[in-house]
Each structure stands twice: as C-alpha cells, then as structure tokens.
Design a protein around this ligand. Structure first.
Ligand code: MG
Length: 246
C-alpha cells in the first residue's frame, strides 16, 4: 500500500513552458527597450550564463536557478549596472511567469481525491524556496499540500537519489511506500526510481510535443481527470512498468 505521493511543480502542477516563454519574452522586450539588444542575443547570452553557472557551482546547487545571479552576470557582461536593472529584470521575469501560469487540467480534484483517500501529498522540486512558495500560493494549492520541499532545503537536486531519500525520510515513510510524479523522465522518473520510489511520468500531449517521453510499458499519467486509472497506477507495482523491457 502506498502512503505518500510527491509531485514535481513546474510542468506537473501547472504549465511552466507557456509561462516561461511569456516571461522570457518580457525580459527580451525590456532589454531591447533599455539596452537596444536583439531578443536572440539576450536569450542566447542568458542561456550561456546559465550553463556557465552550473559549471561553476555544480549541478546540485539550487542557486543555479537564481535569476538574480543570472541577470547580474548578464548585465556585467554587457557593461550595464547591476543596480537597479538586475532587480527590475528579476521582477519582470517572475511576475510575468506567475501571471501566465495555468493549472494542469483536473489537478485540484486529483490532489483533493488523494488527500481524501488518506495519502500524504507534498510537492518536491528543484528550485529556490521563495519562488516555488509564491507559485503554489498563487495557484491556490497550499491547502492541498502537506509540504513544499525544494532543492535549496535538501542541498542537492534531482535526479540525485539523495533528494528523494530526504523527502521520504522527512515525511516519515519508506521509499517503497512513496510515489513521485513529474514531467521530466530523467530527473523525476529515473531519479526517484533509483531511490526506491515508484516514479511516474506526467505527460500530456502538449508536454509530449516538447519533451522526452517514457519507454514502452512504463507508467504515465496523461490526464489527472482519469481518476480511477491514475489511482490504480499509484497502487500498482514495478512489474507493471517493465513488461515490454528485456
Ligand atoms: Mg518539472
């Protein structure tokens, strides 16, 4: 019997891709207006800086996601003052992203159903805590979640099995009693499985168009509204998912 269900946040409880596109566009427009930079340059340079920070800090650091650090580096790079622009870019990015979040279809009912059936339900995510807290609050999901665990709290990131081990231990369960649901096959599914949880991929057709899918015969939730099917999946064993694998 499973006792706990952990969810990823971005692209799992709400549509991150669309919201991030809108937020990036708002930052591009700000940089075009303020510094005369083409959008292609801004996006490419910010991406390069993200990769550089991961290289410098190591991938296990939640601070690799810190937009304030990324924007500060970007501004230094283009010879512009960090104050006040880094803070302005930070607010533009996150305010736009939060305004553009759309909850995944059927997610509130699914979370409520799990809670009603006695499961411990929490969110466990790679990111800094304050921004994830803001997102959960804006989505109105706070009352449906027992906890919000971020990689900043754990001091390591998915897919490190220690991340999942921390969540399981903090909630007071054994790994085999826990399920992890997330949209990223490598980080969420393979990572949680390595720690002994039941890893389930969340993948709508929209997500499938942009992201890696699961192998044949593996556990996938495509629609939270398919309540009975999803609950069966949560209670099923590992053998279900490796039927077609040798
Ligand atoms: Mg995600």
């Amino acid at each position: 019997m499973r006792k706990a269900v952990f969810f990823d946040l971005d692209n799992t409880l709400y549509s991150y891709d669309n919201a991030d596109d809108a937020a990036q566009k708002a930052v591009d427009e700000f940089c075009a207006r303020q510094f005369g930079l083409p959008a292609e340059f801004t996006e490419r340079r910010l991406h390069e800086i993200m990769e550089l920070l991961i290289e410098e800090m190591g991938w296990r650091q939640a601070a690799t996601h810190d937009r304030l650090i990324r924007f500060s580096r970007f501004l230094q790079d283009i010879g512009q003052p960090v104050f006040p622009y880094a803070g302005m870019m930070y607010d533009i990015y996150w305010d736009t992203l939060i305004q553009n979040m759309t909850p995944e279809k059927g997610v509130y009912r699914f979370l409520g159903e799990l809670e009603g059936r006695g499961y411990y339900v929490a969110c466990a995510t790679n990111m800094l805590s304050r921004i994830q807290y803001r997102k959960v609050q804006k989505l109105g999901m706070g009352s449906l979640l027992e906890d919000l665990i971020t990689s900043a709290e754990v001091c390591t990131e998915k897919p490190d099995p220690e991340f999942f081990g921390f969540c399981v231990k903090k909630a007071g369960f054994k790994p085999e009693e826990c399920v992890y649901i997330g949209d990223n096959y490598r980080l969420d599914v393979l990572g949680s499985r390595e720690a002994g949880l039941l890893g389930i991929l969340y993948q709508t057709p929209e997500l499938a168009a942009r992201h890696e899918g699961a192998g044949p015969g593996e556990a996938v939730i495509r629609d939270y509204s398919e309540l009975e099917e999803n609950l069966r999946l949560i209670e099923s064993g590992y053998e279900t998912f490796f039927v077609n694998k040798t």
